[in-house]
Design a protein around this ligand. Sequence first.
Ligand code: 5GP
Length: 346
Amino acid sequence: MRIENDPKLDFKDVLIRPKRSTLASRSEVDVTRTLRFMHTGRTWTGFPLVAANMDVTGTMAMAGALHRHGAMVALHKHYPADALADFFAGPASANTFYSLGTTEADWEKLAAVKSRAPVHFLCIDVANGYTERFVEIVERARAENPDAVIMAGNVVTGDMTEALILAGADIVKVGIGPGSVCTTRKMTGVGYPQLSAVIECADAAHGLKGLVCADGGCTVPGDVAKAYGAGADFVMLGGMLAGHDECEGEIVRESVDGVEQPAKMIFYGMSSDTAMKKYAGGVAAYRASEGKTVEVPYRGGVDATMQEIMGGVRSMMTYIGATKLKEVPKRTTFVMVGAQLNTVFG
Ligand code: 5GP
């Protein structure tokens, strides 16, 4: 039995220490990055935030909206090939990941879409990115898509980050168990505190000129700021982008003063009972559900939320004196805290 006892931290365990700087205003900071992808030599410039490829958030409408902010979306897997081909022929495709499943039918669907439109970004994610079979899938995806940027995961340690990069991934997706509708830690006892996972995987990836995407666990704009501080090249959000008009989620209406209006939206994990019933006809006997179904507040259009997130990141950069997002990890010092918020008013 081995116990690792150096501290492993989550977003809630740290704050970012302010630093002296010459920056006068948050309008002087630039939240975009230009990233180079090692296996393709391709570059991308934008605000490196990605909407999760979950049914509710990974939508074409979300892609259109986030594209206007320079951010990205990983589309969910359930669009038909025709709709995907039409979409990838359009402008938002420059900021959109195609999510590739791992069945033969999924490879055929990708081939059908690619015969009609270019697919520049592929996301291949499984709950457990530690299997040999998954490494082989990434190798096959790289061999069959030499020009595409490939994001693969999920893992939480440096060794497996390196393995996926060497197998052909440009970006490794980091996070096991931190998600807002994830019950993996509860059901299996497996996981890794997300801030430490990002720090360790980013270190491993950057050593090989690869990139990482911090996936899951951000609950407020400050967590997104901390993820960038920890070395994340991209940050993926599910729950923080749920509840908006651009989502494909069932809206729960409530009567306020006799007038029916949208109040909540149903949001669920992709391994929840809800998702498995929708796509696989129920939870298979050999597996347990590792996701939950919740109601999130309905929040209107996603533009206001994006402004809040980008505003938070910009302000963090002013506090630490970083003019460019790229400088953020170098200028970040985390301090461990016992408590970080004043909750007196809830
Ligand atoms: P959030 O931003 O909501 O905290 O996390 C989003 C991430 O949670 C997704 O990108 C995905 O990696 C993960 N996730 C989504 N659905 C499930 C699920 O049903 N089970 C688990 N374990 N993780 C999920």
